[in-house]
Write a protein that binds this ligand. Structure first.
Ligand code: MSP
Length: 490
């Protein structure tokens, strides 16, 4: 088992939508984990992949509606995603686009291999058949009779389903299901959190069918190497980005170094593709399975699904404009538990910013630096910090291993609260004024500084620029700096 590298991915986002805080949520979360691991095992050993999903009917239709070509349409929106990630200080190592030549070539190599593959039961993994069924372009998938509600897809009730009858190549999923179930049950493939693992095992009990891996009537896609009249089903080549993005088929050294992925991050609406279809495809390709998939909740805005028609889509750039990059990252990740569904209440952002960042952290730093600058020439006394004041590094490491990143944030901020309480009890601002109590007051303030320097390390993956400022402000001699989190404009 490779332990000296870490490879993490986000879903590749569809370019028919503009980047919003739903996409930002997953991407910031993955960024935090990537940054954490870079500190543990070195920059070169971490690979963080994100990107855009640009083929398929849904994108072709969206481009047509705009009167442009799919490629021009995708170019513009992919750039928009890249820009937003820059605004949010996302540190991905690669931004993959499924229209990249490299991806297309590697997908075709994978298809050649699939075509030659035998299932564990000795059948051809790929076989020709005819599909007739109803297709939801919004989900880019066939909808089963069981799923249909009022003749429509439950996730896209405003869209007509398409009746499709065409020749397709099928993937013999059913021959792999037993093995997948065992691997998930035994945590050889960890599905996290536990609740999602149970959901996926529940899906595996349903009557899952072989699925089609190609489309005949769709033109905007990657032609199959063994039948140029068919393009890859968009989900299949999209999932393959996780291997093509690290060299599959061409750059064996890179692939060998980073695969298997340590974690795929996503929300639960695409869990079936990732936790069932993807492992089966990998098995057919003779490739190791990812080690973990972390499936977080889908959040709503003020109780409603984020959607263009409702008009409640939040652009991450607007959030950054008000709160700054680091605070936006904090506000996104601290709102709720990473694995659960939740409602985002944007009107609480102001309060959270003020309470957690401004008051708890910002004021604490301001207080200790101001007092030590004024009463001790900016020097920090050599003191021990009580263990109870410090963040427990092992506990944090364990939280990261389970991708419990909101718990990391909570643990660190609990520490900040403790420091505040310690100061409130010891009242060094009074102590520094009397000769008899001054050295005890300086000692307490110094303990706070030393503890805060450590806190800067823990905060860094979440708020990289703040961590840097913290370190600068806490370097000797201390000087009162600008507030870390300035007051918001009304
Ligand atoms: N293109 C596919 C993914 C292919 S991956 C091989 C796709 N794209 S998407 O643009 O719809 O992105 C879905 C993902 O965006 C979710 O799984 C989640 O990571 C993120 N989110 C989008 N909206 C979200 C919320 N409202 N809440 C939480 N995450 C959200 O599906």
């Amino acid at each position: 088992m490779k332990t000296n590298k870490f490879y993490i991915t986000t879903p590749i986002y569809y370019v028919n939508d503009r980047p919003h805080i739903g996409h930002a949520y997953t991407t910031v979360a993955a960024d935090v984990v990537a940054r954490y691991w870079r500190k543990q095992i070195g920059e070169k050993n971490v690979f963080f992949l994100t990107g855009t999903d640009e083929h398929g009917k849904k994108i072709a239709d969206a481009a047509e509606a705009k009167g442009t070509t799919p490629q021009a349409f995708a170019d513009e929106v992919a750039q928009d995603f890249a820009d937003v990630w820059q605004t949010l200080n996302i540190s991905h190592n690669k931004f993959i686009r499924t229209t990249d030549d490299e991806h297309k070539r590697r997908v075709r190599i994978a298809f050649e291999r699939l075509k030659a593959a035998k299932t564990p039961k000795g059948n051809d993994a790929i076989y020709e058949g005819e599909y007739s069924g109803r297709y939801c372009t919004g989900c880019e998938k066939f909808i089963t009779d069981k799923e249909i509600e009022n003749g429509r897809c439950p996730l896209h009730p405003n869209k007509e389903l398409e009746e499709i009858k065409e020749k397709n190549y099928f993937f013999r999923l059913t021959d792999y299901l037993d093995t997948i179930r065992k691997k998930i049950e035994s945590d050889e493939l960890r599905i996290l959190p536990a609740k999602r693992k149970a959901e996926v095992l529940g899906l595996l009990k349903q009557d899952l069918q072989d699925f089609s891996v190609s489309r005949e009537s769709v033109k905007w896609g990657i032609p199959l190497p063994f039948d140029e009249n068919q393009v890859s089903y968009v989900w299949v080549e999209a999932l393959m980005n996780y291997i093509t993005g690290v060299g599959f088929g061409e750059d064996e050294a890179q692939f060998e170094k980073f695969w298997p992925a340590d974690a795929h991050f996503m929300a639960q609406e695409i869990a079936k593709f990732h936790a069932i279809y993807w492992p089966a495809l990998l098995m057919a390709l003779g490739i190791e399975l990812p080690k973990a998939e972390f499936i977080h909740g889908f959040f709503t805005i003020d109780g409603q699904k984020m959607s263009k028609s409702i008009g409640n889509v939040i652009d991450p750039r607007d959030v950054v404009a008000r709160y700054g990059t680091d605070a936006t990252r904090y506000l996104l990740l601290s709102q709720f538990s990473f694995g659960s569904e939740a409602d985002v209440q944007a009107e609480r952002f102001d309060d959270l910013y003020q309470a957690d960042l401004g008051n708890k952290l910002g004021n604490l730093v301001m207080r200790v630096t101001t007092l030590l600058e004024k009463h001790n020439g900016g020097a920090v006394a050599a003191v021990d910090v009580p263990a109870a004041w410090r963040v427990d590094a092992d506990a944090i490491a364990a939280l990261y291993r389970d991708y419990n990143i909101d718990h990391v944030l909570r643990a660190v901020f609990k520490n900040v609260e403790q420091l505040n309480k310690q100061l409130d009890d010891a009242k060094p601002w009074a102590g520094v004024k009397e000769e008899a109590t001054k050295s005890a007051a300086i000692a307490v303030l110094s303990q706070a500084v030393i503890a805060l320097r450590e806190i800067a390390d823990y905060i860094e993956p979440f708020m990289p620029a703040t961590a840097k400022k913290l370190r600068e402000q806490l370097a000797e001699p201390l000087k009162k700096g600008d507030p870390l989190f300035p007051r918001l404009e009304k």
